[in-house]
Design a protein around this ligand. Sequence first.
Ligand SMILES: CC(C)(COP(=O)(O)OP(=O)(O)OC[C@H]1O[C@@H](n2cnc3c(N)ncnc32)[C@H](O)[C@@H]1OP(=O)(O)O)[C@@H](O)C(=O)NCCC(=O)NCCS
Length: 184
Amino acid sequence: MNSPSTSPGRDLRCIPCVERHHEAVRAIFNEAIVNSTALYDLHPRDEAFMRQWWQAKREGNWPVLGLENEQGELLGFATYGPFRPHAAYQFTVEHSLYIEVSQRGAGLGRRLLSALIEDARQRGFHNMIGVIDASNEASLRLHHRLGFSPCGSIREAGRKFDRWLDLQLVQRLLEPASTGGAAM
Ligand SMILES: CC(C)(COP(=O)(O)OP(=O)(O)OC[C@H]1O[C@@H](n2cnc3c(N)ncnc32)[C@H](O)[C@@H]1OP(=O)(O)O)[C@@H](O)C(=O)NCCC(=O)NCCS
């Protein structure tokens, strides 16, 4: 996929991702998989894998929010899903977000994650968890700036590029969406 042609900052729309975004989502994932430890996949995701990924999102009614420019090109996306399968975790979600490589460092991550937090809050979730590679300074900084706090770490949880990878967990508790009524 070619990089999106515009620079960010103007006229970006936050939209739910739909089928025409699927190839861009896969390309953004795969760039991060091949070139970084942001994801712990060792191989690019093929179309069959992504079909199942989208199906799980659809069946769980989980959001996949995107940022699109005036040309309809996808500059990044963010999503969440279950943290763990057991029923008592029903109010906790684990999220992730990815900005297209040529668009990073320009505030798009902040915009997308803010929208995702608001989505989770509106749907009544209580706790958002990010599971971040400990060397991912951009992601740690972004999460810190948006009110996430460290809530644990796992040393040498993964191995990629011939080295051990540490995980940093972060969390943010969500205040309930306003009902519009006066507090009792
Ligand atoms: C991590 C990521 C989502 C951040 O999005 P972004 O659009 O690049 O970040 P923003 O421009 O919104 O910046 C958010 C904050 O992070 C800081 N930041 C951005 N890039 C940084 C970098 N490379 N190193 C350190 N801090 C960085 C910004 O300065 C800003 O902090 P500030 O408000 O104190 O200035 C994006 O870089 C990305 O997609 N990376 C690859 C995939 C990934 O790591 N996803 C997260 C998996 S948990």
